[in-house]
Design a binder for this molecule. Structure first.
Ligand SMILES: [Zn+2]
Length: 284
């Protein structure tokens, strides 16, 4: 079943891990992902009718992008990537990553993923800004995986103009929390600044405490209404670090049903990703 009967539908957030024989995991990883090869992921995309995709470097592979780059090489025209960069990444590595289709760098500022990284916040922010200044000439943007409770950290990050800032997984707003609407209000406030984008993804991460994905739908709908031209959608395959397993189709549908209405859906699934990641707009 195609999620949308149009060409150019883009999954803006999935990961590959392995094959471990060829691409071993980082010894510093904070979790053990399943082996999730590009062949398996290509089949998932095919089954949902996803034509374009963005692969995000999984933290379990550290700063070694070999598995990601091999996966992008499968179909360079219709794939882009997001890197996790070490502060001392070389210029030649950066230009290689760009040539291979990387268009953004990501900061993982979720507590359980920081692992042994206990540098003071100020230092992390300084190093992040220095990195952003280096990738800015390449036209990249930044993606930040952050919890809504730490959102002030994001407002303290100095980002070179006019670099877009993408907030991953709707800042992990807990759709079942008693203060969910306050959390949402904070995110909507940030979105008033039009350099901020949101990845509408991870409905399963927003509803870990209940069997049903519906509490996430309200959050999704309000974000889409606030910034329809700055939202992109992601499947987040292979759904690591989750105790409850939902089907890819159910997850895709939760996000799509919330978007209800053709124009917004097309914007979020096709046109916004084309603009953000530099896919050809003629075919979209
Ligand atoms: Zn993810």
């Amino acid at each position: 079943m195609r999620v949308l009967e149009k060409f150019g539908v883009c999954d803006c957030h999935s990961h590959v891990f392995g094959p471990f024989r060829e691409y071993p995991l980082s010894p510093k990883r904070t979790f053990d992902p399943p082996e999730a090869t590009i062949e398996k992921l290509e089949n998932v995309w095919k089954s949902l009718g996803i034509d374009r995709a963005v692969l995000v470097q999984g933290s379990a592979h550290g700063n070694d992008h070999a598995a990601l780059l091999a996966a992008l090489a499968y179909s360079p025209e219709t794939r882009r990537g997001v890197a996790l960069l070490a502060p001392d990444v070389t210029e030649s590595e950066l230009s290689k990553l760009h040539q291979c289709g990387i268009r953004a760098t990501r900061f993982n500022w979720i507590h359980h993923l920081l692992g042994s990284d206990n540098r003071p916040e100020e230092q992390r922010l300084r190093e992040a800004t220095a990195l952003l200044e280096r990738v800015s000439p390449l036209g990249w943007h930044v993606e930040v995986h952050i919890d809504i409770l730490d959102l002030d950290l994001l407002t303290r990050l100095r980002v070179p103009d006019p670099m877009p800032v993408v907030i991953d997984h709707m800042a992990r707003i807990d759709g079942t929390a008693p203060n969910a609407s306050d959390q949402l209000a904070q995110l909507l406030h940030i979105l008033e600044d039009d350099r901020f984008w949101v990845k509408v993804s991870g409905a399963d991460r927003l509803t870990t405490k209940c069997a049903d994905l519906r509490p996430a739908s309200k959050t999704i709908l309000q974000i889409l209404q606030a910034a329809p031209d700055r939202c992109v959608w992601g499947l987040d395959w292979p759904h690591v670090n989750l105790s409850r397993r939902r089907s890819d189709l159910e997850l895709a549908n939760t996000h799509l049903e919330a978007a209800d209405g053709g124009t917004v859906l097309e914007q979020v699934m096709i046109h916004n990703p084309a603009r953000l990641y530099g896919f050809s707009s003629e075919v979209a």
